[in-house]
Design a protein around this ligand. Structure first.
Ligand code: MG
Ligand code: MG
Ligand code: MG
Length: 328
């Protein structure tokens, strides 16, 4: 069987079944934004890793080395944030083909260093290797938090409101512009240097406002699907409520703005669900500028599926059209 027939989720399910967990200190294993293990009473260690492969995740024609290094760390910081955790320690493994110059690697590590210091992350180790083909960067990030504040993907229940921070779609519009030869602008900046919502996620988690949370790395449609699958629920999303930046609304691109917001990915905004009784608290936090977030829909019973409602009230299934590996 080919991996493309199994798909990324199918492959992950197989690994999860093959490597069952029996250690009671492991609170969250495979399948969330980060794993969580209890290191002492009430204290959790979070762990996440991301492998960035040249030609799959980045293209050296568009991605400057400094930004590439920064982004490799930023995407992991976003995963720790999505659990409600505080990013702390990173290990950096890199496989380098011989066409890469030392000066370029210096730039890559300068991007990592600057990001680490902005987010108070310590680089504590890693590994290096030659590569026959293509540059690979793998960062493992450890974080910490109190157990009582952990927010998983599986806690959404029917009736919860669905929130999203910031705006969606700019990052994937940025890819399109980079491919057209543009070098600068807000979309490209958002694509090359995402801004993970660490402060917002901590606020949400420490005030126990969310029943589930995920960072939008694969696209709203796909990441909402992850929450619904893991929580055993359905959802309804209102097209007009999806936050899209003024810039994206007025820029002429190949597709309509909604396409980038639903399928684009790499926004690194937070998608989270809030119980009805906590919605007021969320609004008051938004009014006090603690965070920028909007309700885009609500969680429903699983049997209702995941629906997208357009401005005229028409409904259609919202399929996961975001990024997936091993797709044929
Ligand atoms: Mg994630
Ligand atoms: Mg990660
Ligand atoms: Mg990931």
């Amino acid at each position: 069987m080919k991996l493309s027939e199994l798909g990324e989720i199918g492959f992950l399910k197989k690994i999860e079944a093959f490597l069952p967990l029996s250690d009671k200190s492991v609170l969250i294993g495979i399948g969330d934004d980060a794993a969580a293990v209890r290191v002492s009473k009430g204290r959790m260690l979070l762990a996440t890793t991301d492998l960035l492969t040249e030609g799959i995740h980045f293209d050296l024609r568009y991605a400057p080395f400094y930004q590439l290094g920064a982004k490799a760390l930023l995407v992991n910081i976003s995963d720790i944030a999505a659990m409600g955790g505080i990013p702390r320690y990173a290990l950096i493994a890199i496989a380098v083909p011989d066409n890469i110059k030392v000066a370029e690697l210096n730039e890559l590590y300068r991007g990592i260093k600057k990001t680490a210091s902005s987010y108070k992350v310590s680089i504590i180790g890693g590994d290096t290797s030659a590569s026959k083909k293509g540059l690979m960067i793998n960062i493992t990030l450890l974080g910490e938090m109190q157990e009582k504040f952990v927010v998983k993907r599986n806690g959404a229940r029917a009736g919860d409101k669905i929130f999203v921070t910031g705006t969606l779609g700019d990052s994937s519009a940025g890819i399109e512009l980079l491919k057209k030869g543009e070098m600068k602008g807000s979309f490209i900046k958002r694509h090359l240097m995402p801004a993970p919502r660490v402060k917002e996620a901590l606020f949400i988690a420490q005030n126990r406002l969310a029943t589930s949370m995920i960072d939008i790395s694969d696209g709203l449609s796909t990441d909402l699907n992850h929450i619904c699958r893991m929580s055993g629920v359905g959802a309804v999303i209102y097209e007009e409520k999806i936050p899209i930046s003024a810039g994206l609304r007025k820029t002429r691109l190949k597709r309509l703005p909604l396409h980038y917001a639903l399928s684009g990915g790499e926004d690194y905004e937070l998608l989270f669900t809030v119980k009805e009784e906590n919605v007021k608290k969320m609004y008051s936090a938004i009014l006090k500028n603690r965070l920028s977030a909007a309700i885009i829909g609500e969680i429903t019973e699983r049997k209702k599926g995941i629906l997208l409602v357009d401005s005229k009230g028409g409904q259609r299934p919202l399929l996961p059209t975001g990024f997936e590996h091993f797709k044929s």
